[in-house]
Design a protein around this ligand. Structure first.
Ligand SMILES: *Cc1c(COP(=O)(O)O)cnc(C)c1O
Length: 357
């Protein structure tokens, strides 16, 4: 018996269809497709009609090219591996005027997407004048040219409802898109919206070619007011009861007094999953499901945890940590950690991974 990361592939597929509807999607597949598996994700997205992908790592971008010879692949981080980008036809971000000035001839024949920094202050051009300078210089330049294909930004606040920041970054961005359009510049690809912005806006902005969606495709809601049936989790994480022990008031269990029994005849199930498998300490403040009943986790160790149970629980019973009832997104909204944080913590080197047909 080993803890299991298990995906219902039919439900995963149905979720993609519900999220996609008729909109053009650039699927974000960074970090091994949020741990759903890069090869599986690319194959399934393509079968569902998605042919445009983005990631943050060059090595993943190359793997996507091998999996999808004709896909559009966008690398969201800058790279100086110009030959590799060219050979694999990988589109890459253009993060600043200085990057352009230094590398404009290295970038020959490479598709670039000009990045606008906006409020996130992570990367990108800081103002429209720098973008105009580059576009003008590029227009004058007669040889050894890059290919200007895209314009993009990333919203840092699309899942924040209490502050004005999303409205500010959105208006700044849309004004910039409109101005460049009025200047006569054309971009084949314009993309900005992550899952939160896509669901907030009920679709895609005008002039945009794609929404750039990650977490919703993987079955977690970006914010709590998205109805539960709109996005459904196809992932189950489960472990097993190894044994049930009875302890008495004042007895310590686990390392460093991890748990001290409050009552006599406390029943503790020893379960074969722990933080080494990627269970966040914050998640351990909430319940698990055993035989459809909720029980509290009492202590989290590297490869085990203690769950306080009753006489109905016995060795060999299944322990659900995440499923369509114990949803990752619900724990996000309870403060356990971002959806992507809970997903990417899961240790696929120790968990058994199973795709159910
Ligand atoms: C991760 C990421 C996304 C996708 O965000 P979700 O909230 O998962 O939809 C989009 N754009 C960039 C730049 C990202 O890093």
């Amino acid at each position: 018996m080993t803890a299991l990361w298990q995906l219902n592939t039919q439900l995963f597929r149905e979720n993609i269809r519900r999220v996609k509807q008729h909109y053009p999607i650039m699927a974000v597949v960074k970090n091994n497709a949020y741990n759903y598996g890069l090869a599986f994700a690319i194959k399934t997205f393509m079968e569902e009609g998605i042919d445009t992908f983005s990631t943050t790592s060059l090595s993943e971008a190359i793997q996507i090219r091998q999996l999808a010879p004709r896909a559009t692949i966008f690398l969201m981080n800058p790279s100086r591996e110009f030959d590799v980008l060219r050979e694999n036809d990988i589109h890459v971000t253009l993060p600043s005027k200085s990057f352009y000035d230094t590398h404009k001839h290295d970038l020959v024949d490479i598709h670039v997407h000009i990045e606008y920094e906006n409020l996130l202050h992570r990367s990108g051009f800081q103002n429209i004048d720098d973008i105009r300078d580059v576009l003008e210089d590029h227009a004058q330049n007669q040889s050894d040219k890059m290919i200007v294909t895209g314009l993009w930004t990333h919203f840092g606040y699309a899942d924040e409802f209490d502050v004005e920041d999303y409205h500010i970054e959105k208006h700044k961005w849309r004004a910039l898109v409109d101005e460049l359009h009025q200047d006569g510049y054309q971009f084949e690809l314009i993309h900005a919206q992550n899952s939160a912005s896509y669901f907030r806006e009920n679709g895609i902005f005008s002039r945009h070619s794609h929404v750039r969606v990650g977490i919703a495709l993987y079955g977690s809601r970006p914010f709590a007011s998205v109805p539960r049936h709109t996005i459904k989790q196809a992932l189950t994480l489960k472990a097993n009861v190894i044994q049930v022990r009875t302890v008495h008031e004042g007895e310590h269990c686990g390392y460093s007094f991890a748990y001290t029994a409050q009552n006599d005849h406390t029943k503790l199930a020893v379960v074969d999953i722990g933080y080494g498998d990627g269970i966040l300490r914050t998640r351990a403040q909430h319940d698990v499901l055993i035989n459809d009943k909720r029980y509290p986790i009492r202590a989290l160790m590297m490869s085990h945890m203690f769950v306080e149970v009753d006489a109905n629980v016995k060795a060999g019973d299944e322990v659900i940590i995440y499923n369509d009832i114990l949803r990752i997104d619900d724990y996000t909204f309870k403060g356990v950690g971002a959806n992507s944080e809970q997903l990417s913590a899961l240790n696929l080197n120790s968990l058994i991974k199973e795709y159910q047909a």
